[in-house]
Design a protein around this ligand. Structure first.
Ligand SMILES: [Zn+2]
Ligand SMILES: [Zn+2]
Length: 134
C-alpha cells in the first residue's frame, strides 16, 4: 500500500491500513488540502518509507505547536504531514492513498469550521476544536 502525489515523484510506502484516521475541518487544513476538510492517516514514522523529493511548509497551530506539511515540489500535492505534538508520528494524506476501501475517519476535529453540508458518518468521535487542543 502506498500514498503518492499526482505526478508520482513523491511516495510513501505504508505497512497496511491503520485505525488512526482523522478528519480535520480547520481552516488551515481546508487551505492545505484544497478540500472542505483534510483527512490524515497516522502511522509511526519508522514504519513507513518515503521516496522522492519534498518541499516543506511549517505553520504554528492554535495550541502553540508546529505543524509541518510535505509536498511534491513538482506537482504540489501534499503527501504527508508531521506535528511537533507527536514527533514520532507521520500523518499520511488519505487522498494520496487513493483507495476507496481505506478506513473511514474515527475522529472528526475542528467541526466549528465544518462546511454545512458535510457529515462524517459512523462511529466517530466529534470535537468542536482539536482533541484537547489542536
Ligand atoms: Zn508530484
Ligand atoms: Zn486541521
Amino acid at each position: 500500500m502506498k500514498a503518492e502525489c499526482q505526478c508520482g515523484q513523491l511516495s510513501v510506502r505504508l505497512p497496511g491500513p491503520t485505525p488512526a484516521v482523522v478528519a480535520c475541518h480547520c481552516v488551515a487544513c481546508q487551505r492545505r488540502s484544497g478540500s472542505p476538510f483534510g483527512v490524515l492517516a497516522y502511522y509511526a514514522a519508522d514504519e513507513v518509507s518515503i521516496e522522492g523529493e519534498t518541499k516543506r511548509f511549517e505553520r504554528p497551530t492554535d495550541a502553540g505547536n508546529r505543524f509541518e506539511t510535505f509536498f511534491c515540489p513538482n506537482c504540489g500535492s501534499t503527501v504527508y504531514a508531521k506535528t511537533a505534538k507527536h514527533p514520532t508520528m507521520i500523518g499520511v494524506a488519505v487522498g494520496a492513498i487513493a483507495d476507496p476501501a481505506f478506513q473511514a475517519p474515527v475522529r472528526s476535529v475542528w467541526e466549528q469550521s465544518m462546511h454545512k453540508w458535510v457529515s462524517i458518518p459512523g462511529d466517530v468521535q466529534h470535537f468542536p476544536k482539536g482533541r484537547g487542543s489542536g
